[in-house]
Design a binder for this molecule. Structure first.
Ligand code: NDP
Ligand code: 2IT
Length: 461
């Protein structure tokens, strides 16, 4: 079982991290993501000295290109605002840069470099030909009118359009970028380029989008959880589940858990969280989807609509998030990075959590991961568990090239196959390097080797 620590510290890891921290100071999220990956790779570099000779790690942590730009826009009162736009084109060894755009006031270069770095390995794990990238802005759509969001998206794309393309770099959604934002950005891209291409994924099904892309991250995460359980001869049936967030990933995670016979007890947003002991069934989920996607309201309204449920304001701080203290069998963090700290992981294992599958990117701190490993929790790390979204984005790129639209069933079949492939690839890689049952090491090693070999084969670039 998974008894080894998440981030075994060693002279090799510490030396490499000193190098990264010196070259890229003040980027704590990026350092965290790199440390996790590098901690898995010492054994691989020992077995394959050519990776050291070719300085693969040093090359991997340096983005191929970082674009930063000014995004000026005007609000409904005629006041001018200036935000910062970014695209981190991290690695294109196995395909065009691929990864989402995040619009949130917490966005900075450290956050986007962590996300872009993770995306390299996640995309490699899917088995599909996509490189790693990420972008976004420190603009939050929350509280803005549709017209303000449109003006922002048009200004953002007026610059971004010159850097992206169907064979170069293909953005998609992430926090704060859903169907509305993708629409405004695609419209502006098409208008400036005078081309209808598959340059952005997550498009609506009527204009080039793939069926099942909205569902893909959440569904894929639950498929991954089901695979981890199946490997132990178990299923999700009857499991009480904690889900955080209430956006795209949380919504479709909830839908698939319900379909597979589990019960979802919680959801959250940045204002607080709800606890519904009776479970968030299909009818209640439909309310949440309308609330969040159409009315853009707060999750507190859930408790007004369904009085058996309780709403608690967000607390934060060192005592942790009380959502993770609700007794349950499985947890699906689906909001944002570092939302499960050591203290939260302790509460989860005290309540005998059996499984954690990460819909969000890097939702668990290094301390939290170590606690899950120590207690033998079935832990599906983000780059494996949430890869279903980008996998269906890659299928959207294929459909765009073919100028065809596949059926929902066809896409779902591919998605299940990809998630099973990722699961089995992680298990195999972990076993091969002496870490049986450890999906952290499994995902990092399996994701890394394909990119590293491709970089060597393509020469020193
Ligand atoms: P959405 O914008 O649809 O939803 C985000 C949810 O998380 C909202 O409920 C939001 O609350 C909450 N949230 C965001 N930031 C914070 C914060 N700092 N503190 C507390 N709550 C927060 O985004 P997605 O569902 O698309 O993304 C959720 C996670 O999944 C992210 O980590 C993303 O990187 C990851 N992911 C997304 C994929 C996709 O296909 N969309 C693919 C793979 C991973 P509020 O509304 O109050 O801001
Ligand atoms: O983190 C992610 O994998 C995403 N936000 C989805 C990226 C994509 O290109 O679909």
């Amino acid at each position: 079982m998974a008894t080894d620590t998440a981030h075994a510290s060693s002279a090799f890891v510490d030396d490499f991290m000193s190098y990264v921290e010196e070259r890229s100071p003040h980027q704590p999220e990026f350092h965290q993501a790199v440390r996790e990956v590098v901690s898995s790779l010492e054994v691989v570099l020992e077995a394959r000295p050519e990776y050291r000779r070719h300085r693969i790690l040093e090359r991997l942590v340096e983005p191929e290109r970082v674009i930063q730009f000014r995004v000026p826009w005007m609000d409904d009162d005629g006041d001018v605002h200036v935000n910062r736009g970014y695209r981190v084109e991290f690695n294109s060894a196995i395909g065009p840069y691929k990864g989402g755009l995040r619009f949130h006031n917490s966005v900075n270069l450290s956050v986007l470099k962590f996300l872009g770095f993770e995306q390299i390995f996640k995309n490699s794990l899917t088995g599909l030909p996509i490189g790693g990238g990420k972008g976004g802005s420190d603009f939050s759509p929350s509280g803005r009118s549709d017209m303000e969001v449109m003006r922002f998206c048009q200004s953002f794309m007026t610059e971004l359009q010159r850097h992206i393309g169907a064979d170069t770099d293909v953005p998609a959604g992430d926090i704060g970028v859903g169907g509305r934002e993708i629409g405004y950005m695609f419209g502006q891209y098409r208008r400036i380029q005078n081309k209808f291409t598959g340059t952005i994924t997550g498009r609506a099904a009527d204009w080039g989008g793939s069926l099942l892309r909205p569902e893909a991250t959440g569904y894929g995460c639950v498929y991954f959880a089901a695979e981890m359980l199946a490997a132990k001869g178990r299923t999700l049936e009857g499991m009480n589940c904690l889900v955080s967030g209430s956006g795209n990933v949380a919504q479709y995670t909830t839908e698939k858990i319900n379909e597979l016979g589990g019960k979802v007890l919680t959801l959250s947003d940045s204002g607080g969280w709800i606890h519904d002991e009776n479970g968030i069934d299909a009818e209640k989920l439909a309310f949440v989807m309308d609330l969040k996607n159409n009315r853009r309201g707060r999750i507190s309204e859930y408790a007004e609509k369904f009085p058996n449920a309780k709403w608690y304001p967000a607390t934060g701080g060192s005592e942790g998030n009380p959502l993770w203290s609700v007794p349950a069998d499985a947890a699906f963090p689906s909001a944002t990075q570092n939302e499960i700290m050591g203290v939260d992981a302790t509460h989860l294992v005290e309540n005998k959590i059996q499984l954690v599958a990460e819909g969000a990117n890097m939702p668990t701190t290094a301390d939290g991961q170590a606690i899950f490993m120590e207690h033998g929790v079935l832990y599906g790390p983000a780059k494996a568990a949430n890869a279903g979204g980008v996998a269906v984005s890659a299928l959207e790129m294929s459909q765009a090239s073919q100028r065809l639209q596949w059926s929902r069933e066809e896409v779902d079949k591919h998605l299940k196959r990809v998630m099973k492939g990722i699961h089995d690839g992680c298990v195999h890689a972990a076993e091969s390097f002496g870490h049986e049952g450890n999906y952290i090491h499994g995902s990092n090693i399996a994701g890394f080797t394909k990119v590293a070999d491709s970089m060597i084969q393509q020469g020193l670039i």
